[in-house]
Design a protein around this ligand. Sequence first.
Ligand code: INI
Length: 163
Amino acid sequence: MMGPIDSIEGRLVVDGDQVFAIVAARFNEFVVERLVEGAVDTLLRHGVARERIVLVKTPGAFELPLACQRMAASGNVAAVIALGCVIRGATPHFDYVAGEAAKGCGQVAAATGIPVAFGVLTTDTIEQAVERAGTKAGNKGADAARVAIEMVSLGQALTESGY
Ligand code: INI
């Protein structure tokens, strides 16, 4: 009987002196600041030196892709962590802002080959956003930072495997 096929996976280990960029929107800042704290805390706990974390701020989530694009295309960062908070109740153009942020961040990753972790909350209410920003439903900024670390590691593993 043949055994299971080995998978190529990233690890939650920072192996090297990579720079991680956090690109955070100021809109709904009281929520996004908690996401930034979660992301920074996670990066530090995984051994990323404080000097290797670059924090960039945009006005809103709609502007995240452009700033992510600049960081990713610079050749100087291993991964980008996009953080923001779009609340349906607060905006009639929720779908445009949230949709463009998600699509744009995905396009940046595909165009540059640099992982872009999407840590943008898209919720119906402020309460739901607060729950996901370090209270009862965890911290999506921390989650996004873990994804960034894993994707950098996956990139290294793929290179080592010849892909
Ligand atoms: N930007 C957000 O990040 N979150 C929101 O909830 C939001 N609302 O409610 O409108 C929001 N709007 C601003 C948008 O991101 C742009 O900055 C603006 O449209 C100018 O381009």
